[in-house]
Design a protein around this ligand. Structure first.
Ligand code: AMP
Length: 287
């Protein structure tokens, strides 16, 4: 049976007990509606620590036109999947407990928050960093696990941990995909059968760019064009951005090298999908 904790104070007390016992805690923060991408993080967290703790919390950081109320929620299904993956403790709470009246302190990043996902979703990363900082204090992980699928988020969290001296390690795992290449995402449930097929254009675009890189192309514009061509040839796909950046700085690069990360975001039949890959090693994590 998985233990479920629903109050921040109880979570904090449990974390203090783990600390006293010297228990190594692997922590996977999620918004629920769990799939194989999350479960890979959980299995890794369990393998590398004494316990795996998962949080399930849909943070109200979503902007006014976003899908906070529509976001898929399935706590019973999630708990059923988590036990076999090695998770023994789930922390799931509500916005009123995390943000009681008077809450007014936030974590922001001045360098990386206003590009890509931050440009499309203003305030998004302030919400992410603030909730992850709170979760780190409540759960006190030895190591926290994130997916490369959300590459900008993973980098921002690494930066926060370094800048604010959180006493924990951050591990990033490669993106888990469907057999046809579509990155697993809780939002994939919103795709119709046609949308599902169209969504594969993101990973096809990344693969096309990686193939050009492998055959010697280094010009960023040519590599971006190769990915864009796949997306733009697919009906129902509207590109938010395709960019080639340095994996460690998220700065645009003109000439690709082994550390160049291609970021893709698009709306597919109205559902927002993200993907990214290192052009030199598309199936590996960048960090
Ligand atoms: P979410 O529930 O979407 O907030 O995701 C929780 C964690 O799972 C984040 O660190 C994500 O980057 C990670 N994640 C989501 N999808 C995938 C995937 N397809 N492969 C690996 N990790 C993922």
């Amino acid at each position: 049976m998985i233990e479920t904790i629903t109050s921040p104070a109880a979570m904090s007390a449990r974390a203090a007990a783990f600390a006293r016992a010297g228990t190594r805690v692997g922590f996977v923060p999620t918004m629920g509606a769990l799939h194989d991408g999350h479960l890979d993080l959980v299995r890794t967290a369990r393998a590398e620590n004494d316990v795996a703790v998962v949080s399930i919390f849909v943070n109200p950081q979503f902007g006014p036109n976003e899908d906070f109320t529509r976001y898929p929620r399935d706590l019973d299904g999630d708990l059923t999947k988590l036990a076999p993956a090695g998770c023994s403790l789930v922390f799931t709470t509500d916005a009123a407990s995390m943000y009681p009246r008077g809450f007014s302190t936030y974590v922001t990043n001045d360098a990386w928050s206003d590009r890509f996902e931050g440009a499309v979703r203003p305030g998004h990363f302030r919400g992410v960093l603030t909730v992850v900082a709170k979760l780190f204090h409540l759960v006190r992980p030895t190591t926290a696990y994130f997916g490369q699928k959300d590459a900008q988020q993973a980098l921002l969290i690494r930066r926060m941990v370094a800048d604010l001296d959180f006493p924990l390690q951050v591990r990033v795992r490669p993106t888990v995909r469907e057999p046809d290449g579509l990155a697993r995402s809780s939002r994939n449930v919103f795709l119709s059968a046609t949308g599902r097929e169209r969504g594969v254009s993101l990973s096809r675009g990344l693969r096309a760019a990686a193939a050009r890189f492998a055959s010697g192309e280094r010009d960023a514009n040519a590599l971006i064009a190769a990915a864009r061509a796949e997306l733009e040839a697919t009906p129902g796909v509207s590109v938010d951005y395709v960019a080639l950046v340095h994996a460690d700085t998220l700065e645009d690069v003109a000439h690709a090298d082994a550390r160049s990360l291609m970021l893709v975001a698009a709306r597919v039949d109205g559902v927002r999908l993200l993907d990214n890959a290192l052009l030199s090693a598309p199936t590996e994590a960048a960090w």
